[in-house]
Write a protein that binds this ligand. Structure first.
Ligand code: DGL
Length: 282
C-alpha cells in the first residue's frame, strides 16, 4: 500500500470488509451485540468471488478496500472474509500498517472462530468448509493446532458456494447439488467429524440447505457470534481504540457493483431497508 497522506484523524465508524455479501453475516451479529457504534461496510461485489484468486490479487484487492475504509475515517477494520484474512491480513498488518498510522488496526476472523472450537468438539475431529484459497492456505489447521494440538482438522473447498450467493441462486434447487456433494466429500474424508466450521462468511446464507445434508449429531458452526464477542472483548481491552470508534448508531453500505442490487439483497438478508452507495476501489 503506498503511503497515504491526510488520513482523517478524528474518530470514525468501524470498517467491515468482504468480497461481497458474506460479510453481512458478520456485520449482523456485530451490530446485534453492539448497536451503539457506527459501521461502514464495503462489499467488493464487482470482483467477487475472491476464493479462487491468487495470493497477490487477494492482497491487492484487500489493501485497496482497507485504504478506502481508512480514508473514510475508520481506525479499526474487520476483514469479514476468511479468504482475505487467510491471504492478506498478515501482510497488511506487517508490511502496510507500520507505514500508515500506528494507531489504526486491521483484524481478521479466523482466530476468533477457532478459539471456541475446543469446547465444542467431543470427537476431536473437526471439518472446515471454505473457499479454495482458505483451504489451500492451511490457515484453519495451523490456527487450530496452535490452540488445540489434539484436534484433527480436515478441509474441503466448496468452489461454487460463494458464487451461488453472489448470483442470488442460493435458494434455488440447483444449489443443493453442490452443497450435498461438498458436505459428503468432507465427511467421506473423515467420518469421525462431529463439528463443521463454515469457514466462509457467505456460507451462513446457505444454512438452511447445509442443515439438510449434515447428519444429526454433527454441529455446524458459523462465525458471526464468535467474531462479535471477540470484537467486544477487543474494544473493552483497547479503550484508546474504542475512543476512536464513533457511537451514533449509523450503518452505511458501499458496493463496487450496482447499488440497487446490493440494496435489495442486503435489505432482504438484514430484514430492514438499507441504502447503498456504489464505490470504486483503486
Ligand atoms: N466471504 C469470503 C470468505 O469468507 C469470500 C468468498 C469469496 O469471495 O470467494 O472467504
Amino acid at each position: 500500500m503506498s503511503k497515504i497522506y491526510h488520513l482523517p484523524s478524528g474518530p470514525g465508524p468501524i470498517g467491515i470488509f468482504d468480497s461481497g455479501y458474506g460479510g453481512l453475516t458478520i456485520y449482523r451479529e456485530i451490530h446485534r451485540l453492539m448497536p451503539e457504534y457506527d459501521y461502514l461496510y464495503v462489499g467488493d461485489n464487482a470482483r467477487a468471488p475472491y476464493g479462487t484468486r491468487s495470493f497477490d490479487v487477494v492482497y491487492e484487492f484487500t489493501r485497496q478496500a482497507v485504504n478506502y475504509l481508512f480514508q473514510s475515517g475508520c481506525h479499526l477494520v474487520i476483514l469479514a472474509c476468511n479468504t482475505a484474512s487467510a491471504k492478506a491480513l498478515r501482510s497488511i498488518q506487517q508490511l502496510d500498517l507500520p507505514t500508515l498510522d500506528a494507531r489504526r488496526r486491521v483484524l481478521g476472523i479466523i482466530r476468533p472462530t477457532v478459539e471456541c472450537i475446543g469446547d465444542i468438539t467431543k470427537s476431536r475431529h473437526v471439518g472446515v468448509l471454505a473457499t479454495e484459497g482458505t483451504i489451500k492456505s492451511m490457515s484453519y489447521p495451523l490456527e487450530i493446532r496452535k490452540l488445540f494440538p489434539d484436534i484433527k482438522v480436515t478441509g474441503e473447498a466448496c468452489p461454487m458456494w460463494a458464487s451461488l450467493v453472489e448470483a442470488n441462486e442460493h435458494h434455488n434447487p440447483g444449489a443443493d447439488y453442490f452443497i450435498e456433494r461438498d458436505i459428503y466429500r468432507l465427511l467421506d474424508k473423515d467420518p469421525l467429524i462431529d463439528t463443521i466450521i463454515l469457514g466462509c462468511t457467505h456460507y451462513p446464507l446457505l444454512l438452511e440447505k447445509i442443515r439438510k445434508y449434515v447428519p444429526a449429531g454433527v454441529e455446524v458452526l458459523t462465525q458471526g457470534t464468535a467474531v462479535a464477542h471477540s470484537l467486544r472483548n477487543y474494544l473493552d481491552r483497547h479503550t484508546e481504540m474504542d475512543a476512536l470508534c464513533t457511537k451514533g448508531e449509523n450503518s452505511a453500505f458501499c458496493t463496487t457493483e450496482a447499488d440497487d442490487r446490493f440494496r435489495e439483497q442486503a435489505s432482504r438478508f438484514l430484514n430492514h431497508p438499507i441504502r447503498a452507495n456504489k464505490i470504486t476501489l483503486i
